[in-house]
Design a protein around this ligand. Structure first.
Ligand code: NAP
Length: 282
């Protein structure tokens, strides 16, 4: 059986990859790399593990993935998002590798971005991802998957946007949601299925992977409020124009038709997926 490493296996997307593998990737032997198994910043430990049983594919999900911590600790963000990725690319120079990047590499002025659109990351998180993208794409065997806002159930219960919102409502907090900030949300279960289909093909390169529907933060909140009738939804409308914090990309919606053409199933619109999967934990 070919072997695949899934880094960040204790995170949202990595965990979905691992738990859906028996169904979508039965032909792969999956090695879930959690932080407990190996600290990815420890080059010598990573090299030893790699050389002990060289994988055929690395799906690199691990990273410093939240914008606030990246902004506060730029050196750590650089180490985790750029250096770790670079080292994995070096170790895996003769095998395939998928690197997860983000829709936030765009400034969000235009929206509906395609892969050839110029990037302009506004924050350290996205800057480090953009830097890593360039390194990854130097190897024609390797791929970059720019994904959008992913939702689902994460091992620690704090990585999906839905988990964050639900926790805040359950604790009695009211959430202000922007009516003018747009994303293409996608369930992590769909992201995982897509990656497993890609793993079966030899189609390296740069891909966008978001849901088929462009939604504002406010619209996403309303859909989730409907999904959880037993949770008291506490949401109010806000505008990105009132926001005083770090710069925000107003519309990072992506056109995912390039990756869609490779898939056996239609990437769902987020609202449609919620309707069609009422029993899926979310
Ligand atoms: N989720 C989204 O909405 C979204 C959107 C766009 C792009 N992405 C990208 O997609 C990828 C997967 O996202 P995700 O949501 O699954 O991220 P996540 O839930 O934050 O998971 C990241 C994982 O990386 C692990 N990690 C961090 N530093 C490590 C280290 N030094 N050694 C070993 N493991 C380490 C974390 O471990 P700990 O839990 O112990 O910290 C965590 O399990 C990321 O690269 C992210 O940037 C995600």
């Amino acid at each position: 059986m070919p072997k695949v490493w899934v880094t960040g296996a204790g995170g949202l997307i990595g965990n979905y990859l691992v738990k859906t593998a028996p169904h979508f990737a039965p032909g792969w032997e999956v090695l879930p790399l959690t932080r407990q198994l190996v600290d990815l910043t420890d080059n010598s430990a990573v090299r030893t593990l790699f050389q002990r049983a060289v994988p055929d594919l690395v799906i690199h999900c691990a990273g410093l993935t939240q914008t606030g911590p990246c902004q506060q600790q730029p050196a750590l963000a650089h180490q985790m998002n750029v250096h770790v990725t670079e080292f994995l690319c070096e170790l895996g120079s003769n095998i395939r590798l998928f690197f997860f990047s983000t829709d936030l590499v765009f400034d969000g002025v235009k929206g509906n971005y395609i892969e050839t659109d110029p990037i302009r990351p506004l924050l350290t998180y996205a800057q480090t991802k953009a830097e890593a993208e360039t390194i990854v794409l130097e190897n024609p065997r390797h791929s970059v998957i720019r994904t959008a806002l992913n939702g689902g159930v994460s091992p620690k219960g704090n990585r999906g946007f839905n988990e964050e919102l639900r926790r805040s409502w359950e604790s009695g907090k009211t959430t202000a949601l922007f009516v003018d900030e747009y994303r293409c949300p996608i369930p992590a279960a769909v992201t995982a299925r897509t990656i497993w289909e890609l793993a079966e093909q030899d189609v390296p390169g740069l891909y966008h992977l978001g849901g088929r529907e462009r939604l504002s933060r406010w619209e996403i909140g309303c859909l989730l409020a409907k999904r959880w009738p037993h949770v008291q939804a506490r949401l109010e409308q806000d505008s990105i124009r009132n926001f005083k914090g770090l710069p925000r990309s107003p519309d990072v919606s992506m056109d995912s038709s390039k990756i869609q053409r490779l898939l056996s199933f239609p990437i769902p619109a987020f609202s449609e997926w919620l309707e069609q999967n009422p029993d899926e934990p979310f």
